[in-house]
Design a protein around this ligand. Structure first.
Ligand SMILES: [Zn+2]
Ligand SMILES: [Zn+2]
Length: 241
């Protein structure tokens, strides 16, 4: 509480010394927005029609539907909500937070992720905790932080839902191309486990990551959380590949 008050009191000072700039092109901005008009226009929000399960947008579909990739595929998560397409401005931001050590972008990306909480698939859910997708310790050493975790922490402040670091990544999954789909799923699932003292029993969890590509990482994480007694797992990512 005190920390919050101090931060609020220092905010005008911060804007004096660090005037707001566009998070993408660095153009000087007037006030409390993260992007200039030009960059904002390049951010594509995922809107219906899109797959109920994995958020893949489809131009031709109407109403609620499940895409060909998800049909017949029983994911462990209830749904995976992605807010924007991973293109141009967003792709650049995600690249910079992952490989450019620009940890401050977590705030900007969490702000976008927070829009996903208004999605009809998530809005009525009372989440007990936000669980970030973990990084393997080797990657963590290279990057110095887990981008999913810092995004989750910022999202936690916006949404008032606590973060629970319930998962760890044990195995270094590099190339999976030699495996077929089923084996790939099993291989990935073995890579994650619930940390020793994390209690996920009967909890409704919101799994958070930066990008959703095939959904298989989120699926593997959801599987181990449900195995340990979580009541449900829904996923939220900033972007979708
Ligand atoms: Zn810009
Ligand atoms: Zn789908």
């Amino acid at each position: 509480m005190l920390k919050k008050k101090i931060t609020e009191a220092l905010e005008p000072l911060a804007t004096l010394f660090f005037p707001p700039h566009c998070a993408h092109c660095k153009k000087r901005l007037e006030s409390g927005v993260d992007f200039c008009v030009d960059c904002e226009a390049l951010i594509e929000r995922i809107k219906a029609p899109r797959c109920e399960s994995c958020s893949q947008p489809y131009d031709c579909a109407t109403g609620e539907f499940t895409c060909p990739n998800c049909r017949g595929e029983a994911f462990y998560f209830e749904c995976a909500v992605a807010v924007v397409r991973s293109r141009s401005v967003i792709r650049d931001l995600i690249h910079r937070i992952k490989y450019g050590k620009e940890i401050w972008l977590a705030r900007v990306l969490a702000q976008i992720a927070a829009e996903g909480l208004e999605d009809p698939r998530l809005v009525d859910e009372e989440f007990d905790a936000i669980v970030p997708v973990p990084l393997h310790p080797k990657r963590l050493r290279e990057r110095e932080y887990n981008q999913a975790e810092v995004i989750a922490e910022n999202l936690s402040r916006i949404a008032g839902i606590p973060v629970l670091g319930a998962l760890e990544r044990r195995r270094y999954t590099t190339t999976q191309t030699a495996l077929d789909r089923r084996n790939r799923r099993q291989n990935l699932r073995n890579a994650f486990s619930v940390v020793k003292n994390a209690d996920v029993t009967n909890k409704s969890l919101l799994l958070v990551d930066d990008v959703l590509t095939t959904g298989s990482t989120l699926d593997a994480c959801a599987a181990v959380l449900l195995e340990r007694g979580a009541s449900s797992v829904r996923a939220l990512t900033v972007a979708r590949g």
